[in-house]
Design a binder for this molecule. Structure first.
Ligand code: SF4
Length: 390
């Protein structure tokens, strides 16, 4: 079968992104008879699920087309939006295809969501994935390994096959291949941002969340080949910016398009981090579970949800900004996102010390109006171009 053309591929990616009811997951379950387990941002050990024949399904809340009827009743008004939309999707039956949910320990909101989930959906697997904040193999490593072994048992109790070292080693290879494809796309965008508009890349990253890794890897590869070969895409004179803060609740697609139309070429970002959270290949090992644990301990992305035990908050952002030749920084965080907004002053201090221009704004996943952000980002991009031409 020939690879889809670019328009066809993007059309499919958009359909997957828009499908609240997880039609692709239902289709996979019918075809394979396997379990499907949802996970919240920003990191989940997808390799382990895959090795047990389980489909990991990334959930990233809602958009502005999701009416929140019951979800607001579970939370106070001054927190982010993603838990409300996730509850809404659970209660309205959109997530019925899932046999369970993983809630990675990234903030109190997700912790509370996991508790609500256990009460609302007692028949489904609901696991709070207690990601360690201690990166010593003898402490955090042992703790995390025990949690993964416990999760593996819970999956077996639900009908998944037992975990074997051979299966896990194979799954790690598959996810290594996916990570390499995603990293290659980020690299192409860094070098030729006009070839890889971020609103397209974002759609493909979102679509991949509901696909088995074999299919998502192929989709990333096909998208890469299609845009690299597209001679109609010409360089544009826009400000090169890094966008940071959007690691959990995701911005509406319209916001990303607005930033691009306002003159910003996004050359690095925090979107849909699960595809890149582990930064390099997980090495082959006689103990693949140990390798998976070690990758989390030693090779995870810097994130406001992760304790920095060495160095300084902001060092990684400065290094990333320099590495991609960015001319400015957009702090673009969800409203009321404690991890992002509490880190922001430290990050600002670090980038200001390097003379990197920045601007900041907030969004909600259901924001529908972007005029103010368009003006702010447009002014920022214009001022960068003026300064760089001075
Ligand atoms: S958006 Fe921020 S505060 Fe809300 S669940 Fe995600 S990390 Fe937590």
């Amino acid at each position: 079968m020939s690879a889809p053309g670019l328009a066809e591929l993007l059309e499919r990616a958009e359909a997957l992104y828009l499908d609240y009811r997880l039609g692709a997951v239902k289709e996979w379950k019918q075809r394979t008879g396997g379990l499907a387990i949802g996970y919240m941002p920003i990191y989940a050990p997808r390799e382990l699920l895959h090795a047990q024949g389980v489909l990991p399904v990334g959930l990233m809340g809602g958009r502005d087309d999701l009416e929140i009827i019951k979800g607001d009743a579970y939370y106070q008004s001054y927190i982010c939006h993603i838990p409300r939309s996730t509850i809404e999707l659970g209660l309205n039956g959109s997530l019925d295809a899932l046999d369970g949910m993983l809630f990675p320990a990234i903030c109190d909101v997700i912790r509370n969501l996991s508790g609500i989930w256990q009460m609302q959906f007692p028949d489904k697997l609901s696991h709070y994935l207690d990601l360690p904040q201690d990166f010593d193999p003898e402490m955090g490593g042992k703790f995390y390994r025990q949690d993964l072994e416990h999760l593996s048992e819970l999956l077996v109790q639900r009908g998944a096959r037992p975990l074997t070292a051979e299966a896990l080693a194979h799954s790690i290879e598959l996810y290594n291949a996916e990570r390499r494809e995603v990293q290659a796309l980020y690299e192409l965008r860094r070098l030729q941002p006009w070839k890889v508009p971020t609103h397209e890349l974002y759609l493909v990253l979102r679509a991949a969340l509901v696909l088995p890794v074999e299919e998502s890897t192929a989709m990333f590869r096909q998208y890469h080949e299609a845009v690299a070969a597209d001679q109609a895409r010409k360089p544009v004179d826009q400000a090169r910016v890094v966008l940071t803060g959007s690691f959990c609740e995701q911005p509406p697609l319209g916001l990303i398009k607005t930033l691009e139309r306002a003159g910003c070429s996004i050359v690095d970002d925090d979107f849909v981090q699960v595809h890149r959270f582990i930064r390099s290949d997980i090495p082959a090992s006689d103990d693949p579970l140990g390798a998976l644990v070690n990758a989390f301990l030693t090779d995870g992305m810097a994130s406001p949800t992760r304790y920095v035990d060495r160095g300084r908050k902001g060092d990684e952002l400065v290094q990333r900004t320099k590495a991609c030749g960015a001319e400015g920084l957009l702090f673009c965080a969800p409203s009321f996102c404690d991890p992002a907004l509490l880190d922001q002053p430290m990050l600002v201090r670090a980038v200001e010390a390097e003379g990197v221009p920045w601007t900041a704004f907030k969004y909600s996943e259901n924001s529908g109006q972007f005029q103010v952000i368009r003006e702010q980002a447009g002014t920022f991009a214009d001022s960068i171009k003026l300064w760089s031409n001075a």
